[in-house]
Ligand binder design. Sequence first.
Ligand SMILES: *[C@@H]1O[C@H](CO)[C@@H](O)[C@H](O)[C@H]1NC(C)=O
Ligand SMILES: *[C@@H]1O[C@H](CO)[C@@H](O)[C@H](O)[C@H]1NC(C)=O
Ligand SMILES: *[C@@H]1O[C@H](CO)[C@@H](O)[C@H](O)[C@H]1NC(C)=O
Ligand SMILES: *[C@@H]1O[C@H](CO)[C@@H](O)[C@H](O)[C@H]1NC(C)=O
Ligand SMILES: *[C@@H]1O[C@H](CO)[C@@H](O)[C@H](O)[C@H]1NC(C)=O
Ligand SMILES: *[C@@H]1O[C@H](CO)[C@@H](O)[C@H](O)[C@H]1NC(C)=O
Length: 343
Amino acid sequence: MFALSCYLFVGLVCQSLGQYYDYEEYYPPSGPEVLSTASCAQECDCPINFPTAMYCNDRNLKFIPIVPSGISYLYLQNNNIEEIKAGVFDNATDLRWLVLDHNHITSDKIQAGTIDKLTKLEKLLFSHNNLTKPPSPLSKSLDELRMTDNQLTSFPSGTLSGMENLTTIHLSKNKLTTESITGAFKGLKSLVLLDVSENKLKKLPAGVPPSLLMLYADNNEIDSIPNGYLAKLPALQYLRVSHNKLVDSGIPAGVFNVSSLLELDLSFNKLKTIPEINEALEHLYLQVNEIEKFELLNICKFSSPVNYSRLKTLRLDGNNVTHHMMPDDTSNCLRMASEIIFE
Ligand SMILES: *[C@@H]1O[C@H](CO)[C@@H](O)[C@H](O)[C@H]1NC(C)=O
Ligand SMILES: *[C@@H]1O[C@H](CO)[C@@H](O)[C@H](O)[C@H]1NC(C)=O
Ligand SMILES: *[C@@H]1O[C@H](CO)[C@@H](O)[C@H](O)[C@H]1NC(C)=O
Ligand SMILES: *[C@@H]1O[C@H](CO)[C@@H](O)[C@H](O)[C@H]1NC(C)=O
Ligand SMILES: *[C@@H]1O[C@H](CO)[C@@H](O)[C@H](O)[C@H]1NC(C)=O
Ligand SMILES: *[C@@H]1O[C@H](CO)[C@@H](O)[C@H](O)[C@H]1NC(C)=O
């Protein structure tokens, strides 16, 4: 339970502030005292009150030290590690969290018999490295996978198969194309967050599981949303497709008319009209598009004293509309709105 709430908090806050997460959040949960015979690697620290954690971060390491048995949480971020040599994890059969962020590891320097042997691994944090493809095979027990800011061009479809507990995937700031991720997320029963922003996608990822709550695809080259795409994602609450190439002809009628969605970010695209939304939507971001008129009907389909939009935020700044274009009956329908921004 800790892991999920931690991730939810971190994920939302980081995304909305555009910041990277704080490692404080990733320090292991304190629990009952665990007996460990771990003999700490001399380059690292193993706190006496936390014998299952080994801290080797921020110390200019070029290699991963041999990890003794009994270690569950391993921190190696902010070093100069270039490779993962055979043998380093031979005795680390209890490893649950592996933090490798901010190193220089390339895919061809990950020896077989290392990461693939970690059968209890839950968190693999591998951002800001030089990976061109994900390490494979990966442990089926993963619940969180972060590979932001690498050089990923390939993500083979079997990479994540059978990971029934995987809830979070961060792949932003890579070079993934629509083709390179085909089938990659199929069948992930527990997936709630998928971040593929800042890649080279021309389409939203296909075959994403219906458990998904958040889908972030900002800063790609997406020009259309497939018809019925959201109808297949009945739990989706947050959809972000800002800084893409969306045009009106790429938005099928009613594609956003789903009652699960709370936040829809379509800012920095090329839309000329306000797309039709469901009255349950709370936050609609349309700033910096090419919108020329205010079509109330697309926002308030069934406006009446008892039927009104749940919209709280509506951003229309950076378009060619002014508040004078809002029809007189707008305020009745948009009675929940606390933030309508035109310029
Ligand atoms: C693993 O543990 C065994 C038994 O304690 C030890 O003999 C061996 O050297 C260890 N291997 C590594 C790579 O640390
Ligand atoms: C990553 O790889 C590229 C070329 O593939 C190289 O130019 C760059 O220096 C590498 N960066 C790191 C951090 O290793
Ligand atoms: C998923 O989590 C459950 C409950 O913790 C566990 O029993 C199961 O083995 C896990 N699945 C995998 C593939 O590790
Ligand atoms: C939007 O969805 C609702 C409920 O699913 C449906 O009743 C309504 O006809 C749809 N509206 C349009 C314009 O498709
Ligand atoms: C309220 O809106 C729904 C569709 O969302 C519609 O079916 C219903 O007739 C409307 N009710 C009134 C009183 O306008
Ligand atoms: C904005 O709208 C006005 C009035 O409808 C029109 O005269 C003007 O050319 C439009 N500007 C742009 C940049 O489309």
